[in-house]
Write a protein that binds this ligand. Sequence first.
Ligand code: BDP
Length: 332
Amino acid sequence: MKKMLVVLMALLMTFSLVTSVSAQTVLKMSEVHAEGYPTTLADHEFARLVEEKTEGRIKVEVYSGGTLYGEETGAIEALQLGDLAFARVSASPVSNFVPALNAIQMPYLYKSGEHMWAILNGEIGQGFLAEIEKSPDSGLVGLCYYDAGSRSFYVTREVKTVGDMAGLKIRVQNNTMMVRMVELLGGAPITGIGPNDVQQAISTGTIDGAENNWPTYQNMGDYEAANYYILDQHTRVPEVLLASAEVMKSLDPADAEIIRQVAKDTQEYEIAEWAKKEAAAEAIVREAGTVVIELTPEARAEFEEKMAPLYEEFGSEWMDIINQIKEIGKDF
Ligand code: BDP
């Protein structure tokens, strides 16, 4: 009797991990962006392929717009607990759990998007993706990377030099390296604000600005609150499609393998959607009268110089690889 109870309990616990509808396993996916955004489109493509290739055994439900978790750190923690199956997040907040990932998002590391993709799709990038899973107790599986262009600062007043950043309250992602980055520039870093709440935080004066790529700046409506986009392009932070290690383990190994494969198959699709959206978002923002500040080479060099200590502070363990990335950059 006691034994039966234990077995029953174990069964119940397994079922609570995944919502089972008859023979189908329904798994949830969290996304902060709205419907139609490149990453959300890719999430749906992932969901479509998972259902198709598992012949309906697994269904992925995409919760966009941050409705499940408005902050990516919350989604990451839910994945670790097995409360959530998938999340498409930025590599930046993942670095707080897998510090190695900072190595691929150092400021001014890549010459261009092409350079970044050569790294991410090569041995180095794939090594860091695998690191997410290998990292002790991460509880996460890195499935693939997506494009997120380059990030620049945007604020409510004109910034032409690093000196103009003094005292500005800048929202950054939950990543200690990004906090430090703003400190090095003389600004006041603010964390704990989800990307869907940035516009309001600027409007109410809680912050003076933030930093992001063209599509997020436009799509989240942040450009309506912060009128100056400082094209310093300090980082290229890829997106990552994450799975919960616990949920992956609970699946039939063949289905888990299908999930790993189809995620990779969605990458090119996202990159193509990204390119379209990046151009469209920039056009919308410029048309709306946003002041886009192209830094002089001297000013840009100063931004780069101020951020340089981050390499020592956060990248020292991976300096060989970082140097390799830079070396490869000479061909771009
Ligand atoms: C966007 C990323 C999104 C991040 C957001 C942020 O696509 O995943 O959550 O930046 O700054 O570019 O929080």
